[in-house]
Design a binder for this molecule. Structure first.
Ligand SMILES: [Zn+2]
Length: 264
């Protein structure tokens, strides 16, 4: 899928989690619901850091372009090192390492660790990166260009600053789910994992599938491209994605937030 559909599905997934935990008597304070949905929307773009024309690889100028090259090389090296007889030869790393559950868990765990030990500045940095991505994914893809970059960064920085202050207030959820002393902001890794997994599922619905289960072998393939039967798959960016899936994600997100806030 393309950026906007990924972001929208990420936000909808977090709102769905909000509804589920509300039903299980561990409701999210509203800032956790809002911030989590935005982080998840941003994190749902992250696996495409292995592709140089993806939204995320362009979002932070030379910094993300450089990181993209490193990730692509790393992914390709891991693919070559772990492929089995049934895995095809390939020429680059797109849709390999960063599109697996292992990557999702690793990035989420890294985020949680950073948020816990890094203090306020780490939380601000995590929020900034994901707010910029959420804006790119949800709102401004149409207006993308070098001139709007700085505007998006400013918007990301301001919203990160404001949201960090809101989360920090007592009862606003810095200690949601993990409430022992020293575990503040541990939950920030959860929307990051969820975003990456939702991204992978979205890609699995497309023609080429997605090797989500790596390194668990299926048959003679360790990079088995998981997906539904071929007839149910669609091309990335096709009308199914724009006219069917995106409205469905919007609807699910709306229902999820009503459930999370206890309205229904
Ligand atoms: Zn992808």
């Amino acid at each position: 899928m393309m950026g906007p559909a990924h972001s929208l599905s990420g936000a909808a997934a977090w709102l769905g989690v909000g509804a589920a935990v509300a039903a299980a008597d561990r409701p999210m304070p509203w800032p956790v619901l809002v911030v989590g949905a935005l982080i998840c929307a941003g994190a749902a773009l992250a696996p495409d850091l292995d592709h140089k024309s993806a939204t995320i690889s362009r979002a932070f100028g030379p910094l993300s372009r450089g990181l993209c090259e490193v990730i692509d090389k790393l992914s390709y090296a891991v693919y070559k090192a772990t492929k089995m007889q049934g895995d095809p030869r390939r020429s680059g790393g797109h849709r390999t390492l960063t599109h697996t559950w292992v990557w999702a868990v690793a990035v989420g765990a890294g985020t949680s660790a950073l948020a816990m030990v890094g203090g306020r500045w780490a939380v601000l940095a995590i929020l900034f990166v994901h707010m910029v991505l959420a804006v790119e994914g949800l709102l401004w893809r149409a207006a993308r260009g070098s001139s709007s970059d700085i505007l998006v960064w400013l918007l990301g920085a301001t919203s990160a600053w404001i949201l960090a202050d809101i989360l920090n207030k007592p009862g606003h959820g810095s200690d949601w789910l993990f409430s022992a002393p020293g575990q503040e902001y541990l939950w920030l890794g959860l929307p990051v994992v969820l975003g990456a997994v939702v991204h992978d599922i979205g890609d699995a619905l497309t023609v080429s599938g997605c090797p989500i289960l790596w390194p668990i072998p299926i048959g003679r393939k360790r990079w088995y491209p998981l997906g539904p039967p071929k007839v149910m798959r669609f091309k990335a960016g096709s009308w199914v994605e724009l006219k069917v899936l995106m409205p469905v994600f919007l609807l699910l997100g709306g229902v999820g937030s009503l459930g999370a806030l206890g309205v229904i």
